[in-house]
Ligand binder design. Structure first.
Ligand SMILES: *[C@@H]1O[C@H](CO)[C@@H](O)[C@H](O)[C@H]1NC(C)=O
Ligand SMILES: *[C@@H]1O[C@H](CO)[C@@H](O)[C@H](O)[C@H]1NC(C)=O
Ligand SMILES: *[C@@H]1O[C@H](CO)[C@@H](O)[C@H](O)[C@H]1NC(C)=O
Ligand SMILES: *[C@@H]1O[C@H](CO)[C@@H](O)[C@H](O)[C@H]1NC(C)=O
Length: 681
């Protein structure tokens, strides 16, 4: 009796499958009305609190059960999930005369040859997770020439060069970047509304003197090295590179990771040196385009970042006996302002997120745990200097990992001492700043003023004001002003709170390691030793929101793959699901996939709000699929146990345990992804 029911059922399902496949063989047939239904939903319920499936009309449900042919082969469903790809537009504009008119096809040719693995990557994934996300990305290139802009720019440049006074310290004249940037920004504004990012290559002709752009006020002096460069990344989505400027160099002083090849061999100096064939020029430009794409458009995530409604930064200022009165270099308001400035439209936050800053003071002398932490993590190293003879010098530094460990272990103690409340909601990032009455230099891990961890930021300063860093630019050492903590703090908070990677770090799948490259580390970036600017460019602002979306998308994809796996483990959906359940499963699945596709296409258009909406609304469908499968597997196992009565059903028990965990995981995730109460790390 039971057997015959199953036969009938599977026969019906087979028939039904046949109908689905034959009635609609093209997988991407549009579902009329679904788009407008969902965009209506996004207006009435922008946070996707309600399950949109429940208000679908029966016609729409019907077309959902017909739209995609659901093959009984889980592999094809999995591979359709794993082939999701975000397509990003990069508009390359050639300004000037050196660029051949067939640049477009040659650039395309070089770039298509140089695209290896194109997954999004994470530099420091959480335990047991891989560095690559399930999601891919691809570059969509669009090339145009803009001759009219060239003459305006080159006039502006000439008048700046005429004004500039030459400096003894540098062979390059300093031209303020703003003289060029104003004109380019104006051009960019005219292109609005833009999708994607604009990259301007400038060739402004030979100038009377060599020049490079300065990004700050004031000249270089013995104690201040101002690094000049030939690029700029805008607050809005454009980048410009003046190929005639420089050649500049900046990088580690002697050798090491991220050494920037000096001068004219770097593609940034493509127009310098002897005459070049057009092919060679375009090969250099292609490598710049590729590098800009990787670092600025699809940067690696520093860490995965789940969505939180409320973001809280706690500054914990551990000060010495003078009460930490010297606030220069440690102006909380200035740090806060850097982020506040970016909170509006198109900034760091989604519309229903909030960001707050709180400050707490702790007196070092009255904080036993503070001095314990510092003394436990102080280490020393010796270095050899040549004075009259070789002399060994012992210097001290703080081991950031040990400090982090102690601070994590004694978070409660700290909370008591500093008197800050436990925050129940949202993502809380403690920023511990040790402001010590100590005369010699003390840095974290020998080189850093501030270090970002997944769950906290640690920074330190002493009374020592400066040191020579291991970096140089334009032939001079870069000084580190060790009491100035604002910019290092901005960079660290960006990494810990939003998972934004420093501009010089990139995960390389091919090398299976993190690569260091300082090409994009001058000008507007809050990271690295070569810039003094702490304001954010579009690169950091976009990364902040994109990182949240990529993290959530990866959870959804992983979890959908899990549920397909659990269906396979039960012998496929024909065995597992009853007829009416099969219909709901197909509808839910198609709706889920449809919403994922919409989220990806919103992400491609850099419409992050919309992408978040589609992700949230797809979560209802994912959850429904999980519970459908879970209940069906429970029912199936119950029936198996009745009929066979084996000694102990290890297999089915373990399968249902897995099923339960999957369900539990998704249920937990449902809360967590979009309103986290639990601390993530
Ligand atoms: C969600 O559904 C409930 C009950 O069906 C309704 O009262 C509420 O207004 C809906 N919320 C939104 C934002 O549409
Ligand atoms: C993303 O999903 C893939 C595929 O499910 C998984 O292998 C990877 O570990 C996930 N990564 C993160 C950071 O969640
Ligand atoms: C090295 O020079 C320092 C002074 O610069 C002197 O005090 C020390 O004795 C010298 N050491 C040796 C081994 O000559
Ligand atoms: C990448 O490197 C890690 C350790 O550094 C190693 O465990 C892992 O197997 C490597 N992965 C690949 C794909 O080579």
């Amino acid at each position: 009796m039971a057997t015959s029911t199953t036969t009938i059922l599977s026969a019906t399902f087979f028939l039904y499958l046949l109908i689905t496949i034959t009635s609609c063989s093209s997988s991407s047939a549009p579902i009329y009305g679904l788009d407008s239904f969902l965009s209506h939903q996004s207006r009435v319920d922008p946070q996707a609190t309600n399950d949109s499936f429940l208000s679908l009309s029966s016609t729409l449900k019907k077309s959902l059960s017909h739209s995609t042919p659901l093959s009984h082969n889980a592999h094809s469903l999995i591979s359709s999930l794993l082939s999701l790809s975000v397509s990003l537009s990069l508009h390359v504009r050639f300004v000037g005369n050196s660029f051949p008119s067939d640049s477009s096809s040659l650039l395309d040719h070089y770039l298509s040859a140089s695209q290896p693995s194109n997954h999004f990557h994470v530099i420091t994934p959480f335990e047991f997770l891989s560095h690559h996300l399930a999601l891919k990305h691809s570059l969509h290139l669009d090339v145009s020439h803009s001759p009219s802009l060239a003459s305006r720019l080159s006039h502006a440049l000439q008048s700046e060069i005429a004004k500039a006074t030459s400096s003894l310290r540098s062979s390059l004249l300093s031209v303020p970047f703003s003289s060029i940037d104003e004109i380019i920004r104006e051009d960019f504004e005219k292109e609005k509304p833009v999708h994607g990012v604009y990259l301007y290559f400038l060739d402004l002709g030979r100038q009377s003197k060599s020049y490079a752009y300065s990004y700050g006020t004031g000249e270089s002096s013995p104690a201040f090295t101002r690094c000049s460069g030939s690029i700029w990344t805008g607050k809005e989505r454009y980048i410009w590179i003046d190929l005639g400027a420089g050649p500049v160099d900046y990088g580690p002083a002697l050798s090491g990771d991220g050494l920037l090849p000096r001068g004219e061999f770097h593609p940034l100096a493509a127009l310098h040196g002897g005459p070049k064939s057009q092919k060679a020029l375009l090969a250099d430009l292609a490598s710049l385009v590729w590098s800009a794409y990787q670092v600025l458009l699809v940067p690696s995530l520093r860490i995965p970042v789940p969505f939180e409604n409320s973001l809280i930064v706690q500054f914990i200022h551990v000060h010495g006996s003078e009460g930490g009165k010297d606030s220069s270099g440690l102006d909380w308001k200035a740090v806060e302002r850097t982020f506040r400035d970016e909170v509006g439209e198109g900034g760091l936050l989604f519309s229903d997120q909030s960001l707050s800053f709180k400050t707490y003071k702790v007196n070092y002398a009255e904080c036993a745990i503070c001095s314990f932490a510092i003394s436990k993590s102080t280490n020393s190293y010796t270095s050899r200097f040549l004075f009259d003879n070789y002399t060994l010098i012992v210097s001290e530094y703080l081991d950031s990992k040990r400090l982090h460990q102690i601070l994590s272990d004694s978070a409660e103690e700290f909370r008591r001492v500093a008197g800050f409340p436990e925050e129940d909601f949202g993502r809380v990032l403690p920023v511990y700043v040790f402001d010590l009455d100590y005369n010699s230099l003390l840095l974290l891990d020998r080189y850093h003023q501030s270090v970002a961890f997944k769950d906290m930021v640690i920074a330190v300063r002493t009374k020592s004001t400066q040191t020579v860093s291991d970096y140089s630019c334009n032939g001079r050492h870069v000084f580190m002003h060790t009491r100035e903590l604002e910019r290092p703090l901005v960079g660290s908070i960006l990494q810990s709170m939003w998972g934004v990677s420093p501009t010089h770090l990139l995960w390389s799948h091919r090398h299976n390691t993190t690569l260091v490259d300082y090409t994009w580390s001058v000008g507007q970036t809050p990271f690295g030793p070569f810039s003094e600017i702490s304001s954010l460019s579009f690169v950091q602002k976009d990364a902040a929101r994109r990182n949240v979306l990529l993290t959530s998308l990866n959870y959804s994809i992983s979890s959908a793959i899990d549920v397909l796996g659990s269906i396979s483990a039960h012998g496929g959906e024909r065995k597992l699901l009853k007829h009416n359940q099969q219909a709901e499963f197909v509808q839910r699945w198609n709706l889920f996939k449809y919403k994922l596709d919409k989220a990806i296409s919103a992400l491609s258009r850099l419409d992050f709000e919309m992408a978040l909406y589609y992700l949230r609304t797809s979560d209802h469908d994912l959850y429904a699929i999980h519970s459908l499968v879970y209940h069906a597997s429970q029912a199936l196992e119950a029936s198996l146990v009745c009929f066979k009565d084996p000694p102990f059903p290890w297999r089915s028990v373990s399968i249902s345990a897995i099923g339960f965990f999957v369900l539990f995981y998704v249920y937990a995730k449902r809360d967590k992804l979009f309103r986290n109460k639990r601390k993530q790390f």
